[in-house]
Design a protein around this ligand. Structure first.
Ligand code: GLN
Length: 525
């Protein structure tokens, strides 16, 4: 096994070629749900450049029309792989286009549910899915059967709802099995991957740990050292624990206390990571430097930039200090990149493909001549959580709400000073403590307190007060793209408000943010 071998070269893999549908990544997700490893690549992928051979290929949907001049097309070499192929919507139209060009504009768009009628009951693709509801989303249609194909399923509106090649394992379906509106879609994908492609259902986090530890050891070699930043969040903790399992104390974690962390955060992270998980962690208290650089700054974007740049400087300085005893050099930088970030950067967006870069890491790599190591880059968030639990990381940490890199600096609106941060921090700690006590922490996707630098009049113990405002935010979301505010019980809000005003100096009033995203964002800055 070579050092750079990918997960796709170890586990049986279904290759999903992405033609730009908003659902493409869901195909990958569904396959993994029944323990089949699947990887998505842009539809323009050259097959000869793959270092591994897929067990099967799925051509996704996409916004283009196959007959248009600028429509994307698959590398014809995909058909020489001699593995089963499934075209979904645009993917099926592509198969039809390549086999007789009988594709055109439909009289009307078909969007929504349809009932699947399986015409060929013996076809393995449709085992257990006859008469199920399938989800349609297309404006183009097949005008006839592609050369060499037969019809295997119909719907009221689509005479070519499912097609199959007469002699090869090549299939096309007009609907989207990957969306949950297709009631038996997952079964269909399983029929394809397991029964038709014969892919092994061995993609489990238990197996992943084993292969990944070996992969890290091969990549890093017997002597090199690795450095990485931890934040106290799930991704960096899981990545660090995995590195420690693989190379022990040749992995060095650094937590930069930027002065805008949550209450007791640095202390707690130190305890959990060192004592609990055996990770070699250095905590750097750079709060003075960060707060110094933030002095007088109120613009949210400027705050973010200052924190990012200060972080790079502090981290580099520390990395130099860590230069290991035996003269070995630090050669790698650990990064907790997840699969959604990878998808974001590779998904097919047409001619003007944009690549998202991670600025902080980019800067570190350039200046320090480090190589990047990303052990979580194949994983979705729920897979990372599962992995974390298997690695012995506490349930509480694994299910922690996300926390932004710029920390409390973007939750203290206006200028960030030590005293303002203390107010936001103490209010936040009370709020989260009460959420945990009420047993609703895991029903909420993210909750935090913000300090608004406006003064408001109050009365406490017959004394007039003139202090600031705390805004509480709590949202429910599945993907953080859209979010709604969490409907707390009134008694809960009453209790939190009263505790914050009573226990946190400098607060006269508490409000609850009842704006959804959009139009608002999750964070206030
Ligand atoms: N753009 C094609 C159509 O409108 C394919 C749509 C899709 O893949 N969802 O038919």
């Amino acid at each position: 096994m070579s050092a750079v071998e990918q997960v796709s070269g170890i586990f049986d893999t279904i290759l999903v070629l992405d033609f730009g549908s908003q659902y493409s990544h869901l195909i990958t997700r569904r396959l993994r749900e029944f323990n089949i490893y699947a990887e998505m690549l842009p539809c323009t992928q050259k097959i000869s450049e793959l270092s591994w051979k897929p067990k099967g290929v799925i051509l996704s949907g996409g916004p283009y029309s196959v007959y248009a001049d600028d429509a994307p097309h698959v590398d014809p070499a995909v058909f020489d792989l001699n593995v089963p192929i499934l075209g979904i919507c645009y993917g099926m139209q592509e198969l039809a286009w390549l086999n007789g060009k009988k594709v055109g504009r439909g009289e009307k768009r078909e969007y929504g549910p349809a009932t699947l009628n399986v015409e060929d009951q013996s076809n393995p693709l449709f085992k257990g899915v006859d008469h199920s509801t399938v989800w349609m989303s297309h404006g183009d249609k097949l005008n006839g059967l592609p050369d060499g194909f037969v019809t295997i399923a119909t719907s009221d509106n689509s005479p070519y709802c499912g097609i199959a090649h007469e002699s090869k394992p090549i299939y096309g379906i007009q609907f989207h099995p990957e969306v949950t509106h297709s009631t038996h879609g997952k079964q269909l994908l399983k029929n394809f991957a397991v029964d038709i492609c014969h892919a092994a259902q061995n993609w489990t986090m238990e197996n992943f740990i084993e292969t990944e530890i070996q992969r890290i050891r091969d990549l890093v070699g017997p002597t090199a050292e690795v450095i990485g930043a931890v934040s106290g969040g799930v991704d960096s903790t899981v990545a660090s624990k995995l590195m420690t399992e693989a190379i022990g104390d040749r992995f060095h974690a650094i937590l930069v206390d930027n002065g805008v962390l949550r209450l007791n955060e640095a202390k707690n992270v130190k305890k959990i990571l060192t004592e609990g998980l055996g990770i070699d962690l250095t905590v750097i208290d750079a709060s003075k430097e960060f707060l110094g650089n933030l002095k007088g700054v109120t613009d949210p974007e400027k705050k973010r930039k200052i924190i990012g740049n200060t972080f790079i400087r502090v981290f580099e300085r520390e990395a130099e200090r860590i230069q290991p005893k035996d003269g070995q050099e630090i050669q790698f930088l650990l990064q907790g990149t997840l699969y959604p970030d990878v998808i974001e950067s590779i998904s097919f967006k047409g001619p003007s493909q944009t690549i998202k870069t991670h600025h902080n890491v980019g800067g570190l790599l350039d200046n320090m001549k480090l190589k990047l190591i990303e052990p979580l880059r194949e994983l979705f968030k729920d897979e990372v959580r599962h992995l974390g639990e298997l690695l012995g990381i506490s349930h509480e940490l694994v299910w922690r709400h996300p926390f932004p890199g710029p920390g409390l600096a973007i939750r203290v609106l206006g200028e960030v000073t030590e005293s303002q941060v203390a107010i936001a921090r103490n209010a936040d700690a009370i709020y989260i403590e009460e959420i945990r006590k009420a047993g609703i922490y895991n029903n909420i996707s993210q909750a935090f307190a913000c300090l608004l630098p406006v003064k408001s009049v109050g009365a406490m113990g017959d004394q007039r007060t003139y202090e600031q405002v705390i805004a509480l935010r709590a949202i429910e979301t599945t993907d953080f793209m859209t979010a709604d505010w969490y409907p707390f019980e009134h008694s809960f809000l009453k209790k939190v408000a009263s505790r914050i005003v009573n226990e946190v100096d400098g607060v006269a009033r508490v409000t609850y943010d009842i704006t959804s995203k959009p139009p608002a964002t999750v964070e206030w800055e």
